[in-house]
Design a protein around this ligand. Structure first.
Ligand SMILES: NC(=O)C1=CN([C@@H]2O[C@H](COP(=O)(O)OP(=O)(O)OC[C@H]3O[C@@H](n4cnc5c(N)ncnc54)[C@H](O)[C@@H]3O)[C@@H](O)[C@H]2O)C=CC1
Ligand SMILES: O=C(O)C1=N[C@H](C(=O)O)C[C@H](O)C1
Length: 232
């Protein structure tokens, strides 16, 4: 599979390494400063860039008729614009706040737990995420997806960073050196805590999932999620 990498930072480089090991080729790569290769030769584009650059990168792929896998977080206020563009161009598009298989299983466990815990009003739920110091957005895209999963089954109306409002789901975001991505959901009562954690040890899980999504998307048309890719 011929891949264009839009964004060639920590994730782009990890994807390149794993994609080459799987026998794929990288025909184009771009950063904020420069680009090299032949974009039009790509069979699929994978974009991990920045919140400011995602919309331009996704649009560029859709305009060129190249299926696009996007993992960049922090731009989702424009998601419906990209869906409309994909429909207009009869294109192929997957966005996921987190491409790792483990986190996508965690999303399902989270929704199951939220449903189970809904009648037990003595427990108050909260979400914590911890990431490396370079991360630009907070809360993480993954924490937002987790929060949305909880809100489907909760009396809480919305989520916010660092809130103590009773009807709002609190998300705490911490930044610490070299943390690849940790997400913790806690249900706290006066007598105990139930919590579950996903901890990424490296970026390889995210990268493997993004390559899997690209392989799956390459010959399809439409707008998909990782649930479609993993059939969960
Ligand atoms: N969905 C997922 O599974 C994951 C998502 N992410 C997200 O992916 C994004 C990138 O993460 P990292 O690689 O760690 O960041 P990074 O800062 O290491 O790399 C970002 C790259 O994007 C490039 N870039 C910026 N503007 C660009 C433009 N206009 N065109 C092309 N390239 C451009 C930068 O030059 C840099 O090469 C972040 O939003 C992060 O939250 C990160 C890990 C997993
Ligand atoms: O910026 C990161 O590094 C990560 N970003 C994603 C997010 O915002 O959820 C996924 C992962 O946690 C790593």
């Amino acid at each position: 599979m011929k891949i264009a990498l839009l964004g060639y930072g920590k994730m782009g480089k990890t994807i390149e390494k794993l994609a080459l090991e799987k026998g794929h080729s990288i025909v184009f790569k771009s950063t904020l400063e420069s680009s090299e290769g032949n974009f039009e030769a790509a069979e699929v584009a994978i974009e991990f860039s920045s919140p400011e650059a995602a919309v331009e990168n996704i649009s560029k792929a859709l305009q060129a008729g190249i299926p696009i896998v996007s993992g960049t977080t922090g731009w989702l206020d424009k998601y419906s614009e990209m869906v409309n563009l994909c429909e207009k161009r009869n294109g192929s598009f997957i966005y996921a706040s987190n491409f790792s298989v483990g986190v996508n299983l965690f999303f399902s466990i989270n929704e199951y737990a939220a449903k189970l815990m809904a009648p037990w009003k003595e427990y108050d739920v909260s979400v914590e995420e911890i990431h490396h110091l370079e991360k630009k957005d907070a809360p993480s895209g993954t924490a937002i997806t987790i929060a949305e999963g909880i809100l489907k089954h909760s009396d809480k109306k919305d989520w916010k960073l660092n809130t103590s409002e009773e009807n709002t789901l609190n998300i705490t975001a911490k930044r610490e050196e070299d943390i690849k991505g940790t997400h913790i959901v806690s249900y706290n009562s006066e007598v105990d805590t139930i919590s579950f954690t996903h901890q990424a040890y490296s970026r390889e899980g995210f990268a493997k999932g993004a390559i899997l999504a690209a392989e799956w998307l390459k010959d399809k048309k439409g707008i998909f999620t990782m649930k479609d890719v993993l059939s969960i």
